[in-house]
Design a protein around this ligand. Structure first.
Ligand code: ATP
Length: 133
């Protein structure tokens, strides 16, 4: 029996994280789900939200912009559209993205893509909330 699992978070343009961890909590579509060492093989879709993991007695947070988590052989591979460790989140950028999305959603114009604005707002709000954790 292993005591740790390997967590890798990958986006289309970079490897965000590769670490041995004790626990992963990921944002599934039915709420957060947890992964401990020696978990059975599993594939789950992730929604926009915070992923957290425990390592060295500390809890750390990573923003995930939706994607998939594959668990197999004590390795958790997260394939995300975008992801940032808490310390890499640019708070001003997230605040500006929030304002832009809110402005777009308040416009009553034919050329506004409301679903896109709502998704951008959700990303910005989750990034800002994660910084409060
Ligand atoms: P923006 O409008 O500011 O680009 P967005 O939500 O549309 O925000 P995404 O499409 O989720 O941005 O991400 C595009 C790239 O920018 C990704 O590499 C993502 O990690 C990075 N990114 C976006 N917002 C931030 C932020 N606030 N801090 C750090 N990196 C960010």
């Amino acid at each position: 029996m292993e005591n740790t699992l390997r967590l890798e978070i990958v986006t289309p343009d970079r490897l965000v994280l590769s670490e041995d961890v004790d626990y992963v909590g990921a944002p599934g579509f039915d709420g957060e789900f947890g992964i401990l060492p020696n978990h059975i093989p599993f594939l789950a879709a992730l929604q926009v939200g915070p992923l957290h993991y425990n390592a060295d007695g500390q809890t750390r947070y990573v923003f995930i912009s939706g994607g998939f988590a594959e668990i197999s052989d004590n390795k958790v591979t997260v394939l995300a559209e975008a992801a940032e460790r808490a310390e890499d989140i640019d708070i001003d950028r997230a605040r500006q993205a929030k304002e832009r999305a809110e402005q777009r959603m308040s416009m009553e114009m034919d050329n506004v893509d409301y679903a896109r604005a709502r998704a951008a707002l959700a990303r910005a709000l989750h990034r800002l909330k994660l910084l409060e954790s």
